[in-house]
Design a protein around this ligand. Structure first.
Ligand SMILES: *[C@@H]1O[C@H](CO)[C@@H](O)[C@H](O)[C@H]1NC(C)=O
Length: 299
């Protein structure tokens, strides 16, 4: 995974980044005209105990069983992840999960845009009691002053639901429905408030791989010993609400501001009143028993 080897990660001791603030995007709308982003445009719930759905693509090899989807780090280079095929333009994601144990192991839940706006939740395998919350604007890491550690007791052994609720005005992070942090747009540094269509990604990786930069290894809590693994993050289900509607999101200019985003055949913030209305429940149970997953179709 590209993230694990970022050289600048060595620059910051505490919040050396992580699943995030990566310097790479397939097409950056700040500098060029990019393909439109596929919009979710509604609210969905995905039950991974039933198997895989095609609204997420896998990187690496997540595996499925009756407990949901499992992201296992067993050897160097393992960084299994699911990445949404859709984008949300403001919205809410909820993940019911157990974080992975293990020195140097990181479990990540990330919202990230094509302009490298980003909102994160990250659990360190050495810290069963906290979650790190973080955000970035336009791939700028500043001096890594955005990260915070917030309470998340017993995050490895027990199922908990973690939420990111993101509007044009503020980001709220929650654990089991209790707010642990709020960041307002007004109090973010200039141009640093996330405000462009985001993909939703989650998975586990070894920040403590010996090949990583020293700062990354230290941030991740130490060098990973693969012989004690595999180390697994588990996700039972997710719920995602796009606060906007439409088929695709288009950048009307290179500003990267939310006002520059057009919702094609829909409206930015057009779904914000419907947070609790789940339009589609994805169930991957295969009625034919063929072993092939049934799919949730998005857009
Ligand atoms: C985005 O969608 C609009 C409306 O359908 C279309 O006119 C435009 O060509 C699309 N942009 C790109 C880059 O595909």
């Amino acid at each position: 995974m590209r993230i694990a080897n970022l050289p600048w990660a060595a620059l910051a001791a505490t919040f050396a980044h992580t699943a995030s603030a990566q310097t790479w995007t397939a097409c950056n709308p700040l500098t060029t005209t990019c393909p439109n982003d596929t919009a979710l445009g509604m609210s969905i719930r995905v039950d991974f105990t039933k198997g895989e759905v095609n609204s997420f693509v896998a990187s690496g090899t997540p595996s499925y069983d009756g407990e949901g989807v499992s992201f296992s780090v067993a050897r160097p280079g393992d960084a299994p992840q699911l990445i949404s095929t859709f984008y949300i333009m403001f919205g809410r994601v909820e993940v019911t999960m157990k974080a992975a144990p293990g020195t140097g192991i990181v479990s990540s839940v990330v919202l990230q845009s094509d302009t490298l706006d980003e909102i994160d939740l990250e659990w360190l395998g050495v810290d069963n009691g906290q979650v790190q919350t973080n955000y970035f604007g336009k791939g700028i890491v500043g001096n890594y002053n955005r990260g915070q550690f917030n309470p998340a007791p017993n995050n490895q052994a027990e199922w908990h639901t973690y939420t990111i609720d993101w509007t044009q005005d503020r980001i709220v992070w929650l654990v089991d429905g209790t707010e642990i942090r709020t960041q307002t747009a007004d109090s973010a540094e200039d141009n640093q408030y996330p405000q462009t269509p985001m993909q939703f990604k989650f998975g586990a990786w070894a920040g403590g791989d010996p090949s990583n930069a020293q700062g990354t290894i230290e941030w991740a809590g130490g060098v990973t010993n693969y012989e004690n693994g595999p180390y697994s993050m588990r996700v039972k289900s997710v719920a995602v609400s796009d606060y906007s509607t439409g088929k695709e999101y288009r950048y009307k200019d290179n500003s990267g501001s939310w006002e520059s985003i057009e919702a094609i055949d829909g409206e930015v913030n057009g779904n914000i009143g419907n947070v609790d209305v789940i339009t589609i429940t994805a169930s991957a149970a295969s009625p034919t028993g063929s072993g092939s997953p049934a799919y949730l179709l998005v857009a």
